[in-house]
Design a protein around this ligand. Structure first.
Ligand SMILES: [Zn+2]
Ligand SMILES: [Zn+2]
Length: 102
């Protein structure tokens, strides 16, 4: 996989990708299945080749500015921000490289 090469969030491509994502997928949160999602989440990790601007790689999700009206977060006891909660989950441990064996 190549490096991201300066791809940045912000600017028009992002706004266009957002608009296209909501047009294509509506406002159903892809994490919990409820309506009202107003944030865009990436399906694929950007560093693993997922595109930030390809709506096929983007899905609506509940975020801090649009928490789910149905789900309650077990951690905060309030409306769930699906996107943040997912991102807050511990990630897989990176591959351990034993430098001594190289
Ligand atoms: Zn949700
Ligand atoms: Zn929900």
């Amino acid at each position: 996989m190549g490096m991201e090469g300066g791809t940045r969030w912000g600017g028009r491509p992002r706004a266009r990708a957002r608009a296209e994502t909501f047009r294509r997928w509506g406002h159903i949160c892809h994490l919990c299945g409820h309506e009202g999602a107003n944030e865009v989440d990436h399906l694929g990790e950007l560093r693993y080749g997922g595109s930030s601007y390809d709506p096929a790689n983007l899905r609506p999700a509940h975020g801090s500015n649009s928490p789910c009206p149905v789900c309650i977060s077990p951690t905060t006891g309030r409306a769930r921000c699906c996107n943040q909660e997912r991102n807050a989950k511990p990630r897989a441990t990176p591959l351990a490289v034993d430098l001594g064996s190289i």
